[in-house]
Design a binder for this molecule. Structure first.
Ligand code: GAL
Length: 761
């Protein structure tokens, strides 16, 4: 069920994730004295250690380990090239096959492939061994100085083994040069490699299959590829009646490059991938996709998850893209601060979510050797990802680093030579920094939007550390956090010189102790690390069009809480009742309706209009009821109207004390491949079903059937909720999970796991 990618699609490709043996070692010398003790059988993606979701010493993942796996190669594969591909291993991976060193890869965020043909024994058992160093690496970006996120350790993405003919398509890169209603001019390159001893001739045909099944085919000129050589063929073709990739309708063609050799007259290789026909250009105040203006409204995404670090399988990657697009309603994501999982990018292509991706790094530029590794990472990123329709720009500067003309001229040149079609950007945090890119990408923490230093300008971060909010903070803080995002987005939308902005950040994330709140967490997300929205997340959702989904959300818990201001007000002169300011605090709702009515304890507060004067540029400004009623705890009923007609209603009740648990699973069917997993959230509810927003009760899970619980168990509720993951084993069947806590009624869920049909070794 892995997604399609260039280089590795219709050849014989096996997922190489299962039956690895793993063990932690103290140092590289232990490689020589391997014994049979201490091995654990694991499946990739793998985190070298499972961690609590917060509060742990980072040294716990900073160690050396060995992964090894046995495999046999069928004799009918003799003569084929055998390539071993890793999507990501943190941080230095030395790969051995049958005790011979095949190669080393430095850096945990980019993918790498080794040709292992000359190291394997056909028909026999072979062993691949990866010695992995996950200790800090001063010489490899992003390290060298402090970094505001954790790197974690492990072979944390998938691996693949592929068998390919000795004359094969080594690389293919396509882009849309020009687009009209009738014709798309597609340009690019196809690289053919001949691993054989004799020169050979071949033709490549490119098939474009639209979603409706229509196929257009193009034959590239015949090529002679010298022995042990590489030939690059320029592509220029005209596709008729092009179906465009756009944010609203992200049409993807399935492209197949088929190589036919002239001597055998057989199709010897084919490569298949998804391709979107679209143009990208930039004007002073907006991006153009197919010539249509798009204001970029987005968020930054770190790829990490609680407990598993970076080791998230494709389902969680995909779910994050869905969350950004549908639950947070953004049209753009920045993959801060490194290349992310191919499955995440595939989902962005399919869902229509624009991506700004960048090389690994954080504020620090190292010496010349370090810079060479950084440029290598940039090249690996662009070569791997340049066919993704969703990616509109490459980040070619180390996030928030000082100027370095020589280094950044090289990085810009490298990006432009590998991909003349995409924009370059490079995120800086000072406005007079040297501008060498196509777009001036700037982190603006002024809590407003500063005048443009250069145009076109994209605000790549805002808010973040300026006003973090824990999911269990008092509601005024969560509300303020949401309103900061609302006011900055409002300003961005109104500014004709800014092409858009991405808030810091989508999800809370694990970090070092010199950042965040001393708990290894940065609470900068509009969602918590479990991807549960804070009020800010609900605000983002309310910016969606009501044609897609009608949204109406309370930004209150209907509780007294702790007031923001201790200033005392007299609510009732006659009886001399004194209250803190919070009692008079206005009440907010986030909605894309055009009118909202609020009824508290049966009495209407009337209909209210969105705050257009304060947020004139937002598509859907927040709603504010200026004064809470004197008795404001109790029952709330909100009604949302569009064009005078009631289209939605929502209720909220003051929580009455934790009395039951509710389990929610994102996916009730998983693939039994030993890696697939889904989030299991647990909410603490009162007897009405209202979330108890400050409950901290300890939850105990019990799991039966072919599944594993990934997370802390027991675990305490935080802000009335918490989540763990349920992971499939390789056995199909039914998993049941039960959650209970003292003094509450528990809950249970079941998840089915189905056999995997994917070819695997
Ligand atoms: C920025 C940085 C981000 C993150 C953020 C916190 O300066 O680029 O990685 O640290 O601050 O708000």
């Amino acid at each position: 069920m892995h997604t399609k990618r260039p280089y590795i699609s219709h050849r014989e490709i096996y997922r190489f994730d299962r039956q690895w043996n793993y063990k932690k070692i103290d140092n590289e010398h232990e490689l020589e004295m391997q014994d049979d003790h201490g091995w654990e059988e694991i499946t990739l993606p793998h985190s070298n250690v499972l961690l609590p979701h917060s509060d742990f010493p980072v040294e716990r993942y900073q160690f050396h380990s060995i992964y090894k796996k046995q495999f046999t190669i069928d004799p009918n594969k003799a003569g084929q090239r055998i390539r071993l591909h890793f999507d990501g291993a943190m941080t230095v991976a030395k790969v051995y096959v049958n005790q011979q060193k095949v190669g080393v890869h430095e850096g945990g965020y980019t993918s790498f492939t080794f040709d292992i043909t000359d190291y394997v024994r056909i028909g026999n058992t072979n062993e691949v061994l990866v010695y992995l160093d996950s200790t800090p690496q001063k010489g490899i970006p992003p390290e060298g100085n402090e970094v505001d996120y954790l790197l974690f350790g492990g072979i944390y993405r998938s691996a693949f083994l592929e068998f390919v003919s000795p004359l094969y398509v080594d690389d293919i890169y396509l882009y849309t040069e020009n687009l009209t209603d009738k014709i798309a001019t597609i340009k690019g390159k196809v690289a053919l490699r001949n691993a054989g001893e004799k020169s050979r001739s071949a033709v490549v045909s490119l098939q474009f299959m639209a979603k409706n099944g229509d196929v257009q085919q193009f034959l590239l000129p015949e090529q002679t590829v010298p022995a042990k050589g590489l030939v690059t063929v320029e592509v220029q073709l005209e596709l008729e009646d092009p179906k465009r990739w756009s944010l609203g309708d992200p049409h993807l063609y399935q492209v197949k490059a088929i190589l036919q050799s002239m001597d055998s007259h057989l199709a010897e290789d084919d490569v298949e991938f998804n391709f979107g026909i679209r143009t990208i250009s930039v004007q002073a105040g907006f991006l153009e996709v197919n010539g249509d203006p798009v204001k970029l409204l987005g968020l930054n995404r770190h790829q990490m998850f609680p407990y598993i670090g970076n080791a998230a399988p494709w389902r969680l990657q995909r779910k994050d893209a869905e969350t950004l697009k549908y639950e947070l309603g953004v049209n753009y994501v920045r993959t801060s601060h490194y290349p992310q999982d191919p499955a995440f990018l595939d989902a962005c292509d399919e869902l229509g979510l624009l991506v700004f991706t960048e090389l690994p790094g954080w504020q620090h530029i190292g010496d010349e050797a370090w810079q060479l590794v950084a440029l290598q990472h940039l090249e690996e990123l662009i070569r791997r990802d340049r066919n993704h329709a969703s990616i509109f720009m490459w980040g070619v500067r180390i996030n928030e680093s000082p100027d370095d003309q020589d280094f950044y001229q090289k990085s810009n040149e490298l990006a432009r030579s590998l991909d003349p079609h995409r924009l370059t950007g490079g995120v800086r945090n000072f406005r007079d920094s040297e501008w060498l890119e196509d777009v001036f990408t700037y982190n603006d923490f002024s809590m407003g939007v500063l005048p443009t230093a250069n145009a076109p300008q994209l605000v790549t971060e805002f808010a973040g550390h300026m006003y973090p909010a824990k999911p269990y903070d008092e509601e005024y803080r969560l509300l303020k956090h949401a309103l900061y995002h609302a006011s900055i987005l409002n300003e961005v939308r109104g500014r004709e010189d800014i092409i858009g902005a991405s808030g810091w950040c989508a999800f809370d994330y694990n970090t070092h102790s010199n950042f965040g709140s001393g708990s290894n967490v940065c609470f900068h997300g509009v969602m918590d690390m479990f991807r549960v929205p804070k009020f800010a997340g609900l605000f983002y959702k309310s910016q969606r069009s009501p044609d897609e989904e009608v949204v109406l959300e309370f930004a209150t818990y209907a509780v007294h809480g702790s007031p923001e201001h201790t200033e005392i007000i007299v609510q009732d002169e006659e009886n001399k009742e004194f209250y803190p300011r919070n009692f008079a605090a206005p009440l907010y709702l986030f909605s894309n309706c055009d009118e909202v009515e609020l009824i508290v304890n049966g009495a209407t507060l009337g209909k209210c209009q969105p705050l257009r004067d304060e947020f004139p540029h937002l598509s859907h400004p927040p709603f504010r009821f200026e004064q809470r009623p004197y008795k404001f705890v109790g029952d709330y009923l909100a009604l949302g109207y569009l064009n005078g007609e009631k289209v939605i209603e929502k209720t909220l009740q003051t929580p009455q004390g934790l009395s039951q648990l509710k389990l929610v699973v994102d996916h009730d069917a998983l693939i039994a491949d030993g890696a697939d997993m889904t989030r299991l959230s647990v909410y603490g509810l009162d007897h009405n079903g209202t979330i108890t927003p400050y409950a901290t009760r300890t939850i105990q899970f019990e799991i039966t059937g072919p599944g594993m619980l990934i997370g802390e168990n027991p675990v305490a509720l935080e802000g009335g909720r918490i989540a763990v993951f349920v992971k499939a084993t390789q056995e199909p069947g039914i998993i049941s999970v039960l959650a209970h806590a003292s003094g509450t009624e528990g809950d249970s869920v079941t998840i089915e796991t189905r056999p995997s049909v994917e070819p695997a070794m």
